[in-house]
Design a protein around this ligand. Structure first.
Ligand code: P1T
Length: 380
């Protein structure tokens, strides 16, 4: 029987404990596993290499991304970094120009010194991918929606160009979550998540997940993970499984409330730009509506200056001024010096990360309360 999303989230990888029938399987904290004889074991040897709780999580998430394989990491950044270790000196990567600041930092400040080169281009137009491909290009990496400007790329078009040129295509699906969008169904090779965000959903863990149908990629990545060691703790895996069970409900409400707030902000005269995938003013809203179930819970907007953005953020009462996103509580942040502070100022300005930019992660509080909070924080 092929389950639908909500059923998979609750049941895949979540069978009751075979020993006791416990509906919620126990957390396997063991760091090591007794072996039957030399060369013979019951599936697990050492918890860096594999752990039963982690395996359950990997089954649950990979099924939600319609992928055969899942690999859980200690953080989204650990997943990103370990994937980059698949590259060799001399390889070239094309990366979307608007990505999480930490991803840009790792590519630009860390990987470059190992002889891997990166071009950061606007992949909202798929032709920019084609135009940037070189003989040594091996990988394309992007977010859609992007962090923090909510740009949208056409996944099918990018997957097709990647296939034509034998590039491995990787989508960071953190902002959408698997409930809103499944890039693998559109032909993308690999999906990455910061599971710290919507998958966990409660701002109480840090994690990362990779999902793919590519067996060779999975084997290579598991080898690298086992070698470099960026694994999540069993307790974090367990918390994540618990959070994921309500993902569909949460994403539906996050999206409804964020769409309401985006509409409200669009009506305010002193707000110059509102960035949200499903509002009509978004240049790729038609593509967003084709490939996403709803618009998601994140939006950004431009206040006239850094000063007005700082004043607004200070006055908010329900929205906490904090990095991260995707939790039940609403958060607000200032990308220029917080999540995207590692991007040079002139580059930020070219990208459109303006001095007055504010990003909201719309939580699950009552949306009228959230709008009232925004309204009072905008008053001088
Ligand atoms: O924080 P970590 O779990 O390591 O994930 C990194 C990461 C990867 N990809 C995307 C799209 C992300 O947004 C993040 C982390 N982002 C934030 C902390 C933030 O506030 O944007």
């Amino acid at each position: 029987m092929e389950f639908k999303f909500e059923t998979k989230a609750i049941h895949n990888g979540q069978n009751p404990d075979p020993e006791t029938g416990a509906v919620i399987p126990p957390i396997h904290l063991a760091s090591t596993f007794k072996q039957v004889s030399v060369g013979e074991h019951q599936g697990f040897e050492y918890s860096r290499t594999g752990n039963p709780t982690r395996q359950r999580l990997e089954e649950q998430v990979s099924s939600l991304e319609n992928a055969k394989y899942g690999i859980a990491f200690a953080s989204g950044s650990a997943a990103t970094a370990t994937i980059q270790l698949l590259l060799n000196k001399g390889d070239h990567v094309i990366c979307g120009d608007d990505v999480y600041g930490g991803t840009y930092r790792f590519f630009d400040k860390v990987m470059k010194k190992f002889g891997v080169s990166y071009d950061f281009v606007d992949l909202a137009d798929p032709e920019n991918l084609r135009a940037t491909i070189k003989e040594n290009t091996k990988m394309v990496w992007l977010e859609t929606p992007t962090n923090p400007l909510l740009k949208i790329s056409d996944l099918s078009a990018l997957a097709e160009i990647s296939k034509e040129h034998d590039l491995i295509s990787i989508v960071d699906n953190t902002f959408a979550s698997p409930f809103l969008q499944n890039p693998i169904d559109q032909g993308i090779d690999v999906v990455v998540h910061s599971s710290t965000k919507y998958l966990g959903g409660h701002s109480d863990l840090v994690g990362g997940i990779v999902a793919t149908n590519d067996e060779e990629f999975t084997e290579k990545l598991k080898f690298l993970q086992n070698s470099a060691g960026a694994i999540p703790s069993p307790f974090d895996c367990w918390l994540l499984m618990r959070g994921i069970k309500t993902l569909a409900l949460r994403m539906t409400q996050h999206s409804k409330s964020a769409a309401n707030i985006a509409e409200y902000l669009s009506e305010q005269q002193f707000i110059e730009n509102v960035y949200y995938p499903f509002i009509d003013s978004h240049p790729n809203s038609d593509i967003a509506k084709q490939q996403m179930r709803y618009g998601g819970g994140i939006l950004s907007f431009d206040l006239p200056s850094a000063g007005s953005a700082h004043a607004f953020l200070k006055k908010l009462k329900i929205f906490y001024l904090a990095e991260s996103l995707g939790g039940v509580e609403s958060l607000a942040e200032y990308p220029p010096t917080m999540t995207h502070g590692s991007i040079e100022k002139d580059r930020r300005q070219v990208l459109g990360i303006n001095d007055g930019l504010v990003r909201l992660s719309v939580g699950l509080e009552n949306v009228d309360d959230l709008i009232e909070d925004i309204t009072q924080a905008m008053k001088h």
